[in-house]
Ligand binder design. Structure first.
Ligand code: ZN
Length: 237
């Protein structure tokens, strides 16, 4: 049975709704979310409620951690910091309680899932190169580790970084798969990004979906969030 792995929704309800209805049409009900459900975007409550309803497993991301007052946001850039204060003020208590309950990782025989890095899921390091990925691979025994955090889709294996819409995994190889971002892609493609993984076929597919970006853009401006956070959605950076 194929599963969907989504990440970095960032309060973007239009993008998340598009992904959810696509998966419903494909009859994929095994959905895993790698965190950062909130932060930056104008609909944190709606996104938490929808992801809670639809995903089997939801992990803690650094923006979720910040929204429950736990992360040190001194290291956030100005936009992220402003958005964090806005999110803290906007989130319902019930949704904050739910975010507090989220784990930093999830694993089974086949894969490990974390928001940031396998070596220390609660420390929010970025895995940004094939070299770093080689070191990170020592932290898990499974064949695969799914990550998010950078918002850039890429597959790391044997010292290489591969960008490909579809991928066939080889036995006895280890992989770190960055699934990209649903609600704030940063790879120059503004469409929502996530993966569908078929464990039986050992196949991966990146899905890109158009959504009503202009609507999210207007909501961000109307909410009084930094305009930069609206602009970046139109171009995917
Ligand atoms: Zn993120």
């Amino acid at each position: 049975m194929p599963i969907a792995v989504i990440s970095d929704i960032h309060g973007n309800l239009e993008a998340l709704s598009e992904v959810v209805s696509y998966l419903e049409k494909k009859q994929i009900s095994d959905i895993y979310c790698l965190g950062d459900t909130v932060g930056y975007g104008p609909n944190p409550n709606e996104c938490v409620e929808l992801v809670r309803k639809k995903a089997q497993i939801v992990l803690m991301g650094n923006h979720d951690y910040a929204a429950i007052g736990k992360a040190n946001i001194e290291y956030f850039n100005e936009y992220a910091r402003m958005a964090t204060y806005w999110t803290i003020n906007t989130l319902k208590e019930e949704n904050k309680q739910y975010l507090k309950s989220l784990p930093f990782s999830h694993q089974n025989d086949q894969f490990l899932m974390v928001h940031a890095s396998p070596t220390n899921p609660a420390h929010w390091y970025y895995v940004l190169s094939a070299q770093e990925a080689q070191i990170e691979m020592q932290a898990f025994n499974q064949q695969l580790c799914f990550i998010g955090h950078s918002h850039v889709p890429v597959i790391y294996s044997s010292g290489r970084a591969v960008k490909s819409r579809t991928y066939q995994f080889e036995p006895n190889q280890k992989y770190i798969v960055n699934v990209g971002s649903v609600g704030q892609p940063r790879d120059g493609d503004p469409r929502a990004c996530f993966v569908i993984y078929d464990p039986d076929e050992q196949k991966l597919e990146y899905v890109r979906l158009d959504y009503e970006r202009q609507k999210t853009h207007s909501k961000i401006i109307k909410a009084g969030l930094p305009a930069f956070l609206a602009e970046r959605l139109l171009k995917g950076y």
